[in-house]
Design a binder for this molecule. Structure first.
Ligand SMILES: [Zn+2]
Length: 74
């Protein structure tokens, strides 16, 4: 198991939407409660990123793979 913290977004910037993260197989899936169509996926094996319905709103999220029961968003 690769222990790597995945995050994106500028944490010091203007207001962002905090995303909730959960793991789906090799993918970490970030979803926004305020943007139902938005989804960002990060493959924790390859680092590949897929974004669906990206908007101009900044989104940020953090996923800590070694704390599967506790997800923090920034
Ligand atoms: Zn959003």
């Amino acid at each position: 198991m690769i222990m790597k913290v995945l995050n994106f977004g500028d944490l010091d910037s203007i207001p962002t939407h905090a995303c909730e993260a959960h793991r789906s197989g090799d993918w970490i899936v970030f979803r926004c409660a305020e943007c139902p169509d938005y989804e960002r996926r990060i493959n924790w094996r390859t680092g590949e990123v897929k974004v669906r319905n990206s908007s101009e709103v900044l989104h940020s999220g953090t996923y800590l793979p070694y704390q599967l029961e506790r997800v923090s968003c920034n």
